[in-house]
Design a protein around this ligand. Structure first.
Ligand code: SAM
Length: 340
Protein backbone atom coordinates (compact mmCIF):
# COMPACT_ATOMS: atom_id res chain seq x y z
CA UNK A 1 0.00 0.00 0.00
CA UNK A 2 1.11 3.57 -0.64
CA UNK A 3 0.70 6.26 1.99
CA UNK A 4 -2.89 7.19 2.95
CA UNK A 5 -4.93 8.18 -0.09
CA UNK A 6 -2.20 7.29 -2.54
CA UNK A 7 -3.35 4.57 -4.92
CA UNK A 8 -1.51 1.42 -5.92
CA UNK A 9 -2.40 -0.59 -9.03
CA UNK A 10 -3.42 -4.24 -9.27
CA UNK A 11 0.26 -5.28 -8.93
CA UNK A 12 0.78 -3.02 -5.91
CA UNK A 13 2.74 -0.42 -7.88
CA UNK A 14 2.38 3.21 -6.76
CA UNK A 15 2.45 6.14 -9.20
CA UNK A 16 5.67 8.15 -8.94
CA UNK A 17 6.76 9.53 -12.31
CA UNK A 18 4.62 11.66 -14.60
CA UNK A 19 5.89 12.15 -18.14
CA UNK A 20 4.26 15.08 -19.82
CA UNK A 21 4.31 15.21 -23.60
CA UNK A 22 3.83 18.86 -24.53
CA UNK A 23 3.71 18.49 -28.31
CA UNK A 24 3.44 15.79 -30.97
CA UNK A 25 5.67 17.81 -33.31
CA UNK A 26 9.38 17.31 -33.81
CA UNK A 27 12.00 18.85 -36.08
CA UNK A 28 13.75 15.48 -36.48
CA UNK A 29 12.38 12.58 -38.49
CA UNK A 30 14.22 9.72 -36.79
CA UNK A 31 13.59 6.74 -39.00
CA UNK A 32 12.69 4.53 -36.03
CA UNK A 33 10.30 7.04 -34.45
CA UNK A 34 8.80 9.52 -36.94
CA UNK A 35 9.50 8.13 -40.42
CA UNK A 36 9.11 10.80 -43.11
CA UNK A 37 6.81 8.69 -45.23
CA UNK A 38 4.21 8.79 -42.45
CA UNK A 39 4.97 12.06 -40.67
CA UNK A 40 5.14 14.13 -43.87
CA UNK A 41 3.77 17.56 -44.76
CA UNK A 42 0.20 16.24 -44.89
CA UNK A 43 0.30 14.66 -41.42
CA UNK A 44 -2.42 16.06 -39.13
CA UNK A 45 -0.57 17.16 -36.00
CA UNK A 46 -2.58 18.44 -33.05
CA UNK A 47 -3.82 22.02 -33.29
CA UNK A 48 -3.13 24.60 -30.58
CA UNK A 49 -6.65 24.27 -29.16
CA UNK A 50 -6.44 20.52 -29.04
CA UNK A 51 -3.39 20.67 -26.79
CA UNK A 52 -3.69 21.26 -23.07
CA UNK A 53 -2.70 24.78 -22.01
CA UNK A 54 0.10 25.26 -19.50
CA UNK A 55 -2.50 26.00 -16.82
CA UNK A 56 -4.31 22.74 -17.61
CA UNK A 57 -1.07 20.73 -17.60
CA UNK A 58 -0.03 22.24 -14.27
CA UNK A 59 -3.40 21.43 -12.78
CA UNK A 60 -3.19 17.79 -13.85
CA UNK A 61 0.40 17.57 -12.59
CA UNK A 62 -0.61 18.94 -9.17
CA UNK A 63 -3.36 16.35 -8.89
CA UNK A 64 -0.88 13.59 -9.74
CA UNK A 65 1.53 14.91 -7.11
CA UNK A 66 -1.30 14.59 -4.59
CA UNK A 67 -1.64 10.93 -5.61
CA UNK A 68 2.06 10.11 -5.13
CA UNK A 69 4.04 11.51 -8.07
CA UNK A 70 7.31 13.22 -7.15
CA UNK A 71 9.12 13.28 -10.51
CA UNK A 72 8.06 15.22 -13.58
CA UNK A 73 9.61 14.93 -17.03
CA UNK A 74 8.72 17.04 -20.05
CA UNK A 75 8.94 15.26 -23.37
CA UNK A 76 7.29 15.12 -26.80
CA UNK A 77 7.66 15.26 -29.82
CA UNK A 78 10.37 17.80 -29.20
CA UNK A 79 9.42 19.71 -26.04
CA UNK A 80 11.62 22.71 -26.87
CA UNK A 81 9.47 23.35 -29.96
CA UNK A 82 6.49 24.28 -27.79
CA UNK A 83 6.36 28.06 -27.41
CA UNK A 84 7.75 29.42 -24.12
CA UNK A 85 8.01 25.99 -22.57
CA UNK A 86 10.13 27.64 -19.85
CA UNK A 87 6.88 29.18 -18.56
CA UNK A 88 5.50 25.69 -18.04
CA UNK A 89 8.73 24.68 -16.30
CA UNK A 90 8.31 27.64 -13.97
CA UNK A 91 4.74 26.68 -13.16
CA UNK A 92 5.62 23.03 -12.50
CA UNK A 93 8.60 24.02 -10.36
CA UNK A 94 6.18 25.77 -8.00
CA UNK A 95 4.25 22.59 -7.18
CA UNK A 96 5.17 21.51 -3.64
CA UNK A 97 6.36 17.88 -3.52
CA UNK A 98 8.17 17.74 -6.89
CA UNK A 99 11.69 16.46 -6.19
CA UNK A 100 12.93 16.14 -9.74
CA UNK A 101 11.91 18.26 -12.74
CA UNK A 102 13.57 17.18 -15.97
CA UNK A 103 13.22 17.35 -19.73
CA UNK A 104 14.13 15.01 -22.59
CA UNK A 105 15.29 16.73 -25.77
CA UNK A 106 17.05 16.18 -29.08
CA UNK A 107 19.12 19.25 -28.06
CA UNK A 108 18.65 21.04 -31.38
CA UNK A 109 17.50 24.17 -29.49
CA UNK A 110 19.18 23.45 -26.19
CA UNK A 111 22.16 25.82 -26.49
CA UNK A 112 19.69 28.67 -27.01
CA UNK A 113 17.19 27.71 -24.32
CA UNK A 114 19.21 26.09 -21.54
CA UNK A 115 19.61 29.24 -19.53
CA UNK A 116 15.93 30.27 -19.40
CA UNK A 117 15.00 26.69 -18.56
CA UNK A 118 17.48 26.62 -15.70
CA UNK A 119 16.26 29.97 -14.42
CA UNK A 120 12.67 28.73 -14.57
CA UNK A 121 13.55 25.84 -12.25
CA UNK A 122 14.51 22.89 -14.46
CA UNK A 123 16.79 20.49 -12.55
CA UNK A 124 18.33 18.37 -15.32
CA UNK A 125 18.15 17.42 -18.99
CA UNK A 126 18.36 14.13 -20.82
CA UNK A 127 19.64 14.42 -24.38
CA UNK A 128 19.02 11.91 -27.16
CA UNK A 129 22.05 11.23 -29.35
CA UNK A 130 22.27 8.03 -31.35
CA UNK A 131 25.72 8.37 -32.94
CA UNK A 132 28.81 10.56 -32.88
CA UNK A 133 29.55 10.53 -36.59
CA UNK A 134 27.49 12.77 -38.84
CA UNK A 135 26.97 10.12 -41.45
CA UNK A 136 25.14 7.77 -39.09
CA UNK A 137 23.46 10.50 -37.05
CA UNK A 138 22.07 12.31 -40.09
CA UNK A 139 20.88 9.05 -41.60
CA UNK A 140 19.02 8.33 -38.35
CA UNK A 141 17.56 11.81 -37.66
CA UNK A 142 16.69 12.22 -41.37
CA UNK A 143 16.71 16.00 -40.92
CA UNK A 144 20.34 16.64 -41.88
CA UNK A 145 21.06 17.69 -38.30
CA UNK A 146 24.77 17.63 -37.34
CA UNK A 147 26.24 16.03 -34.22
CA UNK A 148 28.20 19.18 -33.42
CA UNK A 149 25.09 21.17 -32.52
CA UNK A 150 23.89 18.49 -30.12
CA UNK A 151 27.29 18.48 -28.45
CA UNK A 152 27.13 22.27 -28.18
CA UNK A 153 23.73 22.01 -26.46
CA UNK A 154 25.10 19.43 -24.02
CA UNK A 155 28.09 21.68 -23.29
CA UNK A 156 25.96 24.75 -22.58
CA UNK A 157 23.53 22.75 -20.41
CA UNK A 158 26.41 21.29 -18.40
CA UNK A 159 28.06 24.67 -17.94
CA UNK A 160 24.97 26.21 -16.41
CA UNK A 161 24.26 23.33 -14.06
CA UNK A 162 21.62 21.20 -15.81
CA UNK A 163 23.57 18.05 -14.95
CA UNK A 164 24.28 15.30 -14.39
CA UNK A 165 23.30 15.02 -18.03
CA UNK A 166 22.05 11.71 -19.31
CA UNK A 167 22.59 10.90 -22.96
CA UNK A 168 20.20 8.36 -24.44
CA UNK A 169 21.20 6.33 -27.48
CA UNK A 170 18.86 3.88 -29.18
CA UNK A 171 20.94 1.14 -30.74
CA UNK A 172 19.66 -0.66 -33.83
CA UNK A 173 21.15 -3.72 -35.47
CA UNK A 174 22.99 -2.88 -38.66
CA UNK A 175 22.50 0.86 -38.14
CA UNK A 176 24.56 2.20 -35.23
CA UNK A 177 26.05 -0.63 -33.18
CA UNK A 178 29.43 1.10 -33.49
CA UNK A 179 28.00 4.07 -31.56
CA UNK A 180 28.22 2.11 -28.29
CA UNK A 181 32.00 2.33 -28.12
CA UNK A 182 32.13 5.76 -29.84
CA UNK A 183 29.75 7.37 -27.34
CA UNK A 184 31.44 5.67 -24.40
CA UNK A 185 34.84 6.93 -25.53
CA UNK A 186 33.58 10.48 -25.98
CA UNK A 187 31.68 10.85 -22.72
CA UNK A 188 33.90 8.83 -20.35
CA UNK A 189 35.31 11.08 -17.71
CA UNK A 190 32.90 13.97 -18.40
CA UNK A 191 30.41 13.18 -15.64
CA UNK A 192 27.65 12.72 -18.25
CA UNK A 193 25.96 9.32 -18.19
CA UNK A 194 25.37 7.57 -21.51
CA UNK A 195 22.47 5.11 -21.54
CA UNK A 196 22.18 2.57 -24.31
CA UNK A 197 18.60 1.70 -25.11
CA UNK A 198 17.25 -1.40 -26.79
CA UNK A 199 15.16 -0.54 -29.82
CA UNK A 200 11.54 -1.01 -28.73
CA UNK A 201 8.34 -1.94 -30.52
CA UNK A 202 6.53 1.26 -29.62
CA UNK A 203 3.92 2.56 -32.02
CA UNK A 204 3.07 0.93 -35.31
CA UNK A 205 4.86 3.07 -37.89
CA UNK A 206 8.50 2.06 -37.57
CA UNK A 207 8.26 -1.51 -38.89
CA UNK A 208 9.96 -2.90 -35.77
CA UNK A 209 11.32 -6.45 -35.94
CA UNK A 210 12.90 -8.41 -33.12
CA UNK A 211 15.91 -8.94 -35.40
CA UNK A 212 16.60 -5.18 -35.28
CA UNK A 213 17.12 -5.24 -31.50
CA UNK A 214 20.68 -5.36 -30.17
CA UNK A 215 20.31 -7.05 -26.76
CA UNK A 216 21.77 -5.15 -23.82
CA UNK A 217 24.03 -8.12 -23.02
CA UNK A 218 25.62 -7.79 -26.45
CA UNK A 219 26.11 -4.03 -26.02
CA UNK A 220 27.85 -4.55 -22.67
CA UNK A 221 30.09 -7.21 -24.15
CA UNK A 222 31.15 -4.83 -26.93
CA UNK A 223 31.77 -2.05 -24.43
CA UNK A 224 33.58 -4.25 -21.96
CA UNK A 225 35.98 -5.46 -24.65
CA UNK A 226 37.29 -1.90 -25.08
CA UNK A 227 36.51 -0.22 -21.76
CA UNK A 228 36.16 -2.80 -18.96
CA UNK A 229 33.08 -2.26 -16.79
CA UNK A 230 31.36 -3.91 -13.84
CA UNK A 231 27.73 -3.79 -12.69
CA UNK A 232 26.84 -1.51 -9.79
CA UNK A 233 23.76 -1.28 -7.57
CA UNK A 234 20.75 0.80 -8.63
CA UNK A 235 20.40 4.30 -7.18
CA UNK A 236 16.90 3.42 -6.01
CA UNK A 237 14.56 0.44 -6.29
CA UNK A 238 12.93 0.25 -9.70
CA UNK A 239 15.57 2.25 -11.56
CA UNK A 240 15.05 1.59 -15.25
CA UNK A 241 18.68 1.63 -16.35
CA UNK A 242 21.06 -1.09 -15.22
CA UNK A 243 24.20 0.68 -14.11
CA UNK A 244 27.80 -0.22 -14.92
CA UNK A 245 30.96 1.60 -13.90
CA UNK A 246 34.25 1.81 -15.74
CA UNK A 247 36.92 -0.09 -13.85
CA UNK A 248 39.37 2.75 -14.41
CA UNK A 249 37.10 5.20 -12.57
CA UNK A 250 35.97 7.18 -15.65
CA UNK A 251 32.32 7.18 -14.57
CA UNK A 252 29.31 5.05 -15.41
CA UNK A 253 26.94 4.03 -18.20
CA UNK A 254 23.43 2.60 -18.17
CA UNK A 255 21.64 -0.06 -20.17
CA UNK A 256 17.91 0.08 -20.75
CA UNK A 257 16.88 -3.42 -21.70
CA UNK A 258 13.14 -3.10 -21.99
CA UNK A 259 12.93 -5.84 -24.61
CA UNK A 260 15.30 -8.52 -23.27
CA UNK A 261 14.96 -7.77 -19.52
CA UNK A 262 11.62 -6.04 -18.99
CA UNK A 263 11.04 -4.04 -15.83
CA UNK A 264 7.25 -3.80 -15.70
CA UNK A 265 7.21 -5.14 -12.13
CA UNK A 266 8.62 -1.90 -10.80
CA UNK A 267 7.00 0.49 -13.29
CA UNK A 268 5.63 3.56 -11.53
CA UNK A 269 5.31 5.71 -14.66
CA UNK A 270 2.28 7.39 -16.12
CA UNK A 271 2.13 9.52 -19.25
CA UNK A 272 0.07 12.55 -20.18
CA UNK A 273 -0.41 13.17 -23.91
CA UNK A 274 -0.34 16.69 -25.41
CA UNK A 275 -4.13 16.56 -25.83
CA UNK A 276 -4.78 15.52 -22.27
CA UNK A 277 -5.13 11.73 -22.14
CA UNK A 278 -3.35 9.62 -19.58
CA UNK A 279 -1.65 6.40 -20.59
CA UNK A 280 -0.58 3.89 -17.96
CA UNK A 281 1.82 2.04 -20.28
CA UNK A 282 4.10 3.10 -23.12
CA UNK A 283 2.63 0.26 -25.15
CA UNK A 284 -1.02 1.09 -24.51
CA UNK A 285 -3.41 1.56 -27.39
CA UNK A 286 -5.81 3.90 -25.67
CA UNK A 287 -5.67 6.40 -22.87
CA UNK A 288 -8.19 8.03 -20.56
CA UNK A 289 -9.26 11.49 -21.63
CA UNK A 290 -8.98 14.25 -19.04
CA UNK A 291 -9.41 17.21 -21.37
CA UNK A 292 -13.14 16.82 -21.78
CA UNK A 293 -13.84 16.73 -18.03
CA UNK A 294 -11.34 19.57 -17.48
CA UNK A 295 -12.99 21.77 -20.10
CA UNK A 296 -16.49 20.97 -18.94
CA UNK A 297 -15.77 22.18 -15.42
CA UNK A 298 -14.77 19.09 -13.39
CA UNK A 299 -13.44 19.94 -9.93
CA UNK A 300 -9.99 18.87 -8.71
CA UNK A 301 -11.72 16.23 -6.55
CA UNK A 302 -13.55 14.81 -9.56
CA UNK A 303 -10.40 14.71 -11.67
CA UNK A 304 -8.49 13.18 -8.75
CA UNK A 305 -11.09 10.41 -8.35
CA UNK A 306 -11.01 9.68 -12.07
CA UNK A 307 -7.21 9.38 -12.10
CA UNK A 308 -7.20 7.41 -8.85
CA UNK A 309 -9.62 4.87 -10.34
CA UNK A 310 -7.56 4.52 -13.53
CA UNK A 311 -4.42 3.83 -11.50
CA UNK A 312 -6.10 1.35 -9.15
CA UNK A 313 -7.36 -0.61 -12.19
CA UNK A 314 -3.99 -0.63 -13.91
CA UNK A 315 -2.73 -4.08 -14.84
CA UNK A 316 -0.30 -3.25 -17.70
CA UNK A 317 2.83 -5.32 -18.08
CA UNK A 318 3.21 -5.34 -21.83
CA UNK A 319 6.96 -5.88 -22.01
CA UNK A 320 6.74 -8.98 -19.84
CA UNK A 321 4.14 -10.63 -22.04
CA UNK A 322 5.46 -9.45 -25.38
CA UNK A 323 6.52 -12.09 -27.85
CA UNK A 324 7.47 -11.92 -31.46
CA UNK A 325 3.83 -12.82 -32.22
CA UNK A 326 2.14 -10.20 -30.04
CA UNK A 327 4.14 -7.30 -31.42
CA UNK A 328 2.30 -7.24 -34.68
CA UNK A 329 -1.12 -7.26 -33.05
CA UNK A 330 -3.19 -4.27 -32.04
CA UNK A 331 -2.89 -0.52 -31.87
CA UNK A 332 -0.15 1.12 -29.87
CA UNK A 333 0.37 4.78 -29.17
CA UNK A 334 3.21 6.49 -31.07
CA UNK A 335 6.37 7.47 -29.17
CA UNK A 336 6.40 10.86 -30.92
CA UNK A 337 2.98 11.59 -29.41
CA UNK A 338 3.44 10.24 -25.92
CA UNK A 339 7.20 10.71 -25.42
CA UNK A 340 9.92 8.45 -24.09
N1 SAM B 1 12.39 14.77 -28.91
C1 SAM B 1 12.86 14.38 -27.63
C2 SAM B 1 14.13 13.56 -27.76
O1 SAM B 1 14.64 13.44 -28.86
O2 SAM B 1 14.62 13.08 -26.75
C3 SAM B 1 11.84 13.67 -26.74
C4 SAM B 1 10.94 12.68 -27.36
S1 SAM B 1 11.67 11.24 -28.03
C5 SAM B 1 10.24 10.35 -28.57
C6 SAM B 1 12.20 10.40 -26.56
C7 SAM B 1 13.14 9.25 -26.73
O3 SAM B 1 12.46 8.16 -27.28
C8 SAM B 1 14.34 9.49 -27.62
O4 SAM B 1 15.50 9.21 -26.88
C9 SAM B 1 14.16 8.48 -28.72
O5 SAM B 1 15.39 8.00 -29.20
C10 SAM B 1 13.38 7.41 -28.01
N2 SAM B 1 12.69 6.48 -28.90
C11 SAM B 1 11.83 6.75 -29.89
N3 SAM B 1 11.41 5.63 -30.50
C12 SAM B 1 12.02 4.60 -29.86
C13 SAM B 1 12.01 3.18 -30.01
N4 SAM B 1 11.28 2.59 -30.95
N5 SAM B 1 12.75 2.45 -29.17
C14 SAM B 1 13.51 3.03 -28.20
N6 SAM B 1 13.56 4.35 -28.00
C15 SAM B 1 12.84 5.13 -28.83
Amino acid sequence: MGPVNQPVDTFNRPVRDLRISVTDRCNFRCTYCMPKEIFGSDYAFLTRDEKLSYEEITRVASIFVGLGVNKLRLTGGEPLLRREVDKLVGMLAEIPGVDDLTLTTNASLLARKAEVLREAGLDRVTVSLDALDDETFKRMNDADFPVEQVLEGIGVAADIGLGPIKINAVIQRGVNEHAVVDLARHFRGTGHIVRFIEYMDVGTTNGWRLDDVVPAAEMIEALNAVFPVEPIAPNYPGEVARRYRYLDGAGEVGLIASVTQPFCGSCTRVRLSPDGSIFTCLFAGTGTDLKEPIRSGASDEELGSLIDAVWRNRSDRYSEIRSSQTVSIGQRVEMSYIGG
